[in-house]
Ligand binder design. Structure first.
Ligand SMILES: *[C@@H]1O[C@H](CO)[C@@H](O)[C@H](O)[C@H]1NC(C)=O
Ligand SMILES: *[C@@H]1O[C@H](CO)[C@@H](O)[C@H](O)[C@H]1NC(C)=O
Length: 226
């Protein structure tokens, strides 16, 4: 049985104008990481609005999460290491985000799109990858439901369990989200043994215009009162 089905559309919420610049969370450590605002939180997940930003990405088709992630990771690692025009080093960022689109059955490959956030200093004049499998793209502001877990948990069973758990909770809560894919976010290098932080992100379905306005007003009120 497969809970997530093939391919989907990236439907996104655009209301970045009122979003406060969030402070860097502990799990980003000293690295640049994309800015987000938490709008709701419960014991199981939180709702985050990410600001728009630029990412370097590469797609890997494969059967196994960890192997595909590793393959994509090294392409991007080479890109930041100098395989770019004008051949410069780019700082590592956090998290490493992987979009997972499962194939239609156990004998079909899944798509894993691995992404590094482009450091703030390089967001405008971004070095271009020389490997044609790596591309730079912009993501608009978007809302994600995020669950968090510690430890290694890179195997397919753990990852899909966390994704399916979050999906179940969101369904119980009547939230609207994209079900064709999910994202994993890993914040730590493989050799780090403690305080490891991992997340599952599910993309909230684009809300109606009045909800965008209400969310904008809520954020603005929060801003003004803090
Ligand atoms: C890259 O990281 C180093 C070490 O953390 C830091 O000193 C430097 O300012 C960073 N460079 C840019 C362009 O952000
Ligand atoms: C994977 O991506 C390719 C194109 O990049 C597409 O043709 C295929 O349908 C995708 N498969 C899944 C499972 O999303």
């Amino acid at each position: 049985m497969r809970t997530f089905t093939a391919s989907g559309l990236f439907v996104l919420l655009v209301c970045s104008a009122v979003i406060a610049a969030a402070e860097r969370p502990w799990f980003c450590h000293e690295l640049d990481c994309p800015k987000f605002t938490v709008t709701r939180k419960n014991d199981f997940y939180e709702t985050r609005i990410y600001t728009k930003g630029k990412w370097a990405s590469t797609q890997v088709q494969g059967y196994v999460y960890a192997a595909s992630l590793t393959q994509g990771f090294y392409r991007l690692f080479d890109y930041i290491g100098g395989k770019n025009e004008p051949n410069v080093k780019i700082n590592m960022t956090a998290p490493v985000v992987t979009k997972v689109e499962h194939g239609d059955g156990p004998f079909c490959k899944s798509n894993f799109t691995v992404s590094f956030f482009v450091p703030f200093a390089d967001q405008v004049d971004t070095p271009q990858p020389t490997n044609k499998d790596v591309y730079i793209h912009d993501t608009p502001s978007a809302t994600f439901y995020v669950s968090q877990y510690s430890g290694f948990g890179m195997d397919d069973i753990t990852v899909t369990k966390h994704a399916n758990d979050l999906m179940k909770k969101l369904e119980e809560d009547g939230e609207e989200f994209e079900k064709e894919f999910y994202f994993t976010a890993g914040y730590d290098a493989p050799f780090k043994l403690t305080d490891r932080h991992n997340e599952i992100w599910l993309l909230k379905k684009a809300p109606r215009a009045e909800e965008v306005l209400a969310a904008g007003e809520a954020l603005l009120t929060k801003e003004l009162s803090s």
